[in-house]
Design a protein around this ligand. Structure first.
Ligand code: PLP
Length: 471
C-alpha cells in the first residue's frame, strides 16, 4: 500500500470509526457467534498474492465484526470496563503511525520524558505521596509480578537474581481469598510456588481480615517460613471489596513485610476526594498499581505502577548489554530497566491526550456519574422484594441476585440466576457477568462505559427485572 492509498483508506476508516461509535447501540453487546464460526471463514493458508484493501476491509466487516463483543457498548456491564475514549483512540493512531520503540531515552526522548511527567500527573491525581515514582506497565498482572520480584530481591540482598533459589529457605505471600487470580499466577512465576500463597479469610464485606493476616504471618515465622509480601486489594474483582490498608500497613511495618497495593479497577476512584480515605496507610506501602485502561478512558494497555524505592526496582531488572549503552550527560529514565519486556510502546501519549482533553475535573465528573448511576440501581435493589444485594457497593459495581419470595433453595437460586445471565447475554441487549460470593452465584452489574447514560442504565435495569420476573 503506497502512502497515497494509505491516506485514502485511513480517511475511510476514520469515518467507519465514527459510525461505529455513534451507532454502537444497534449492535448486540456480546458476540452472537458459535465456537468455530470465525475460524471457519479464515483460509487455512496465507495469500500468496497481494489483496485489495477494500476486500480486506469488507472481510473485516463480514467476518470479524460479528465475532466481536463490543466492550465500548454503553450496555456492556460485564467484568470491569476497559473503557476507551476518542482522545485515547486518536493518540493510539499517532502511536501506531510513529511505531516507535520506547525502551531507552535515546530511542525516543519525548516518550521517556512524557512518561515521567504523566506518571507524576497520575500520582498527584490519585493523591499518592510524592516520594512515589511511576512507570507504565502493560497490565496489573505484570506490575504485581514486578513488585513480587523486587520484594524477593530486596529480601535476599539480590541473591536469587544472581544464584537462583538455593538452600531450603521458604517464603510466603499473603492476600485475601478474594484476590485476583493474577496474584497466584505471579507467585508461581516468581518461583515461590503457589503453595506459598496464603489466602487470608475475609470479613462480611469480603475485605481481608487483618487479625487473620497477622496470625498467618506469626504462624509462618514460627514454622521458619519468611513472610515476604502482602498484597492488599482496593476493589476486589468479585465485588470491589476494600482491604483495610491502614491496619494491613501496621502489620507489615511490625513484621517488616513488603506491601503491594492492587487497585487495578478502583484506583481511578481515588481521583475523587471522597475516596481518598482509602489511602490511609499509604506511607508504609512499597508499590501500588492501578489501571487507567480499566476505568480512566485510556485504551488498553496502560497500567500505572508506582514504587517508593526506585533503586530496588532498577537493581532487580537492570541489565545492560553493550548495544544499549548510551552516554547521556544528565540522568534520564531508561524504562527498559523498570519492567520485564525490553520493547515498549509510547503509551504515555494516550494519558496526555486523555487528561488534557477532559481535564481532571472532566474525568471526575464522568466517574462520579458512573458511581451515581450504579448507586441508584443498588438502592432500587435494596428496596425491592425479589432482588437481593449481595455485597456493599463502594463505587460502581453492583453485585446482586434475583431471589423471588418463597424460593430459598440455594441450588435453585444459583440455577435461576445463571439462566437469567444467559438469557440477558443471549439477547444481545445488555451484557453482564457473574461471580461467586460465599459460594453463591451472584450477578455483577458494573457501570463504567464512556458513553453510558442514565437512559441506558434505566433500560438495562428494566430489562433485568423483566427477564428475571418472566422466568
Ligand atoms: N487485579 C484486579 C483487582 C483486577 O480486577 C484485575 C482484572 O480485572 C487484575 C488485577 C488484572 O488486570 P490486568 O488485566 O491489567 O492484568
Amino acid at each position: 500500500m503506497d502512502l497515497e492509498r494509505f491516506r485514502q483508506e485511513a480517511h475511510q476508516l476514520v469515518d467507519w470509526m465514527y459510525d461505529y461509535l455513534k451507532n454502537i447501540r444497534d449492535l448486540p453487546v456480546r458476540a452472537q457467534v458459535q465456537p468455530g464460526d470465525v475460524i471457519r471463514q479464515l483460509p487455512t493458508a496465507p495469500p500468496e498474492e497481494a489483496e485489495d484493501f477494500a476486500t480486506i476491509f469488507d472481510d473485516f466487516k463480514r467476518i470479524v465484526l460479528p465475532g466481536m463483543t463490543h466492550w465500548q457498548h454503553p450496555s456492556f456491564h460485564g467484568y470491569f470496563p476497559a473503557n476507551s475514549s476518542p482522545p485515547s483512540v486518536l493518540a493510539e493512531m499517532l502511536i501506531a503511525t510513529m511505531g516507535a520503540q520506547c525502551m531507552i531515552w535515546q530511542t525516543s526522548p519525548a516518550a521517556a520524558e512524557m512518561e515521567e511527567r504523566m506518571m507524576q500527573w497520575l500520582g498527584q491525581m490519585i493523591g499518592l505521596p510524592d516520594n512515589f515514582v511511576g512507570v507504565i506497565q502493560d497490565t496489573a498482572s505484570t506490575a504485581t509480578l514486578c513488585s513480587l520480584l523486587t520484594a524477593r530481591e530486596q529480601k535476599t540482598d539480590y541473591e536469587i537474581n544472581h544464584s537462583g533459589f538455593t538452600g531450603d529457605k521458604r517464603y510466603a505471600v499473603y492476600s485475601s481469598s478474594e484476590t485476583h487470580s493474577s496474584i497466584e499466577k505471579d507467585v508461581k512465576i516468581a518461583g515461590f510456588g503457589s503453595e506459598s500463597l496464603r489466602k487470608i479469610k475475609t470479613d462480611y464485606k469480603y475485605a481481608l481480615d487483618p487479625a487473620a493476616l497477622e496470625a498467618a504471618i506469626e504462624a509462618d515465622l514460627y514454622d521458619g517460613v519468611i513472610p515476604l509480601c502482602v498484597i492488599a486489594t482496593l476493589g476486589t474483582t468479585g465485588s470491589t471489596a476494600i482491604d483495610p490498608l491502614k491496619s494491613i500497613a501496621r502489620i507489615c511495618q511490625r513484621h517488616k513485610v513488603w506491601l503491594h497495593v492492587d487497585a487495578a479497577f478502583l484506583g481511578s476512584a481515588l481521583l475523587l476526594e471522597e475516596y481518598r480515605w482509602l489511602l490511609e496507610g499509604i506511607e508504609q506501602v512499597d508499590t501500588f498499581v492501578f489501571n487507567p485502561h480499566k476505568w480512566m478512558f485510556t485504551n488498553f494497555d496502560c497500567s500505572a505502577y508506582f514504587v517508593r524505592d526506585k533503586g530496588a526496582l532498577l537493581r532487580t531488572f537492570e541489565i545492560l548489554p553493550e548495544y544499549l549503552k548510551t552516554s547521556e550527560s544528565s540522568p534520564v529514565n531508561n524504562y527498559r530497566d523498570w519492567s520485564i519486556p525490553l520493547g515498549r510502546r509510547f503509551r504515555a501519549l494516550k494519558l496526555w491526550f486523555v487528561i488534557r482533553t477532559y481535564g481532571v475535573n472532566g474525568l471526575k465528573e464522568l466517574l462520579r456519574n458512573h458511581i451515581r448511576m450504579a448507586q441508584a440501581v443498588s438502592q432500587e435493589i435494596e428496596a425491592s422484594r425479589d432482588f437481593e444485594l449481595m455485597a456493599p457497593v463502594p463505587v460502581s459495581l453492583v453485585c446482586f441476585r434475583y431471589h423471588p419470595v418463597g424460593t430459598d433453595d440455594e441450588k435453585k437460586l444459583d440455577q435461576l440466576n445463571k439462566t437469567i445471565e444467559e438469557t440477558l447475554n443471549d439477547s444481545g441487549k445488555i451484557f453482564l457477568t457473574h461471580t461467586k460470593l460465599r459460594g453463591k452465584f451472584v450477578l455483577r452489574f458494573c457501570v463504567g462505559q464512556t458513553q453510558v447514560t442514565q437512559e441506558d442504565v434505566d433500560k438495562a435495569w428494566g430489562l433485568i427485572q423483566e427477564t428475571a420476573r418472566g422466568m
